[in-house]
Design a protein. Structure first.
Length: 91
């Protein structure tokens, strides 16, 4: 699998709100995980242009990440700005 347990823990520790390995529920850690998966699928789709099921999965992930980012921007604007700058995501 492309994402091992150690890589997930590293993502959660670096980008999670509580900065712990098991911080899987915060919006920041979920956004970081979605961003990693989006980058992976984007690379896959550059090589496999006709893989439409992966393209649909990618669009679903982008939508989920967008919903979480909208939630953060409406409730916690400082956390939103921090995660945008950490992951180099632009709206």
């Amino acid at each position: 699998m492309y994402l091992s347990k150690e890589k997930k823990e590293k993502l959660f520790k670096n980008h999670g709100r509580l900065k712990k390995n098991n911080d899987t529920g915060s919006a920041e850690s979920q956004i970081a995980l979605f961003t990693y998966r989006i980058k992976h699928l984007t690379d896959h789709l550059q090589n496999n242009k006709k893989d439409h099921s992966t393209r649909m999965g990618l669009l679903r992930l982008v939508g989920k990440r967008r919903k979480l980012l909208n939630y953060l921007s409406s409730k916690y604007i400082d956390r939103y700005r921090a995660i945008i700058s950490e992951l180099n995501i632009r709206k």
